[in-house]
Ligand binder design. Structure first.
Ligand code: 5IU
Length: 275
């Protein structure tokens, strides 16, 4: 698509959603398309990793439900770090229920995700009502939604017509759906002609990124930042254990890995926009 050669900064104007604009502005300003996924279970470790990677990332992806000692002061500290380092927050909640239920899960409960997470995501499996349910809570707060149109795991069922229908669902809710968690662009999944409308500048955020290993023992599959950004046309690389996995206690090592992934992602992007 024509967006592949636009800079992140140029693409700000293609979006009306505040979370999409914020993310693209941060990417342009900090020169990074790296998101770090922080899957750890202790608050102290969670905050230490985020403070260490903060300067190198545009986005921090959380799974707040795995934190064992959660309380609301953790959210305040996460928000303070997001201001200190200038990154957006993405709670990877993967909503998947009927509209009424997801609206409650998003606004309420222990975590009150909508009150602090700029971006969240949902499985398209229930159909468009999941978007209206989440939008009723998130849109007034200026939040953005990503649809899970593909997954990085072996044997994932989100392929073919499922992925194409996810894109169609997103297109019908452009005010709230800012993009996809996916492995490639709309053209990459085989959409052509009328299916790829030129004003549809969806953001593509891609997990399953690693430089040193090809996968894990539980079905995860990794590709390199170059494969993801340059060859597959995605916009953001999401990296977890590749950055903090070796020894989550070693701040210097985490910073060095974050810098390494940031540089690899940015180099692939620069090659893409100048091709
Ligand atoms: N994640 C994936 N693949 C997917 C989707 C989400 O890995 O298709 I959708 C999440 C799971 C984890 C992070 O929180 O992204 C990847 O972590 P690692 O880089 O540690 O594998």
């Amino acid at each position: 698509s024509s967006f592949l050669r636009q800079t992140y900064g140029q693409r700000v104007q293609n979006h009306s959603n505040p979370a999409a604009k914020q993310l693209l502005e941060i990417m342009e300003k900090k020169k990074t398309n790296l998101a770090v996924s922080v899957d750890v279970t202790k608050s102290k470790e969670f905050l230490a990793i985020i403070d260490a990677v903060g300067p190198f990332v545009c986005l921090v992806k959380t799974h707040v439900d795995i934190i064992e000692d959660f309380d609301h002061s953790l959210i305040q500290q996460l928000q303070d770090l997001s201001v200190k380092h200038d990154f957006a927050i993405f709670e990877d909640r993967k909503f998947a229920d009927i509209g009424n239920t997801v609206a409650l899960q998003y606004s309420s409960g222990v975590h009150k995700i909508a009150s602090w997470s700029h971006i969240t995501n949902a499985h398209p499996v229930p159909g468009p009502s999941i978007i209206s349910g989440l939008s009723s809570v998130g849109l007034p707060l200026g939040r953005g939604l990503l649809l899970l149109s593909e997954m990085s795991t072996k044997g994932a069922l989100a392929v073919g017509s499922y992925t194409v229908e996810a894109v169609r669902m997103a297109r019908a809710h452009r005010d709230f759906v800012i993009g996809f968690i996916a492995q490639r662009t709309m053209e990459g999944i085989g959409m052509q002609g009328d299916d790829v409308v030129d004003n549809d500048d969806f953001l593509i955020l891609t997990p399953g990124v690693g430089l040193d290993v090809k996968g894990d023992a539980m079905g995860q599959q990794y590709r390199t930042p170059r494969e993801v950004i340059l060859e597959s046309g995605c916009d953001v690389i999401i990296v977890g254990r590749g950055i903090y996995g070796k020894d989550p206690g070693l701040v210097e090592q985490i910073r060095a890995q974050a810098k390494r992934y940031m540089d690899a992602g940015w180099e692939a992007y620069q090659e893409r926009i100048s091709s």
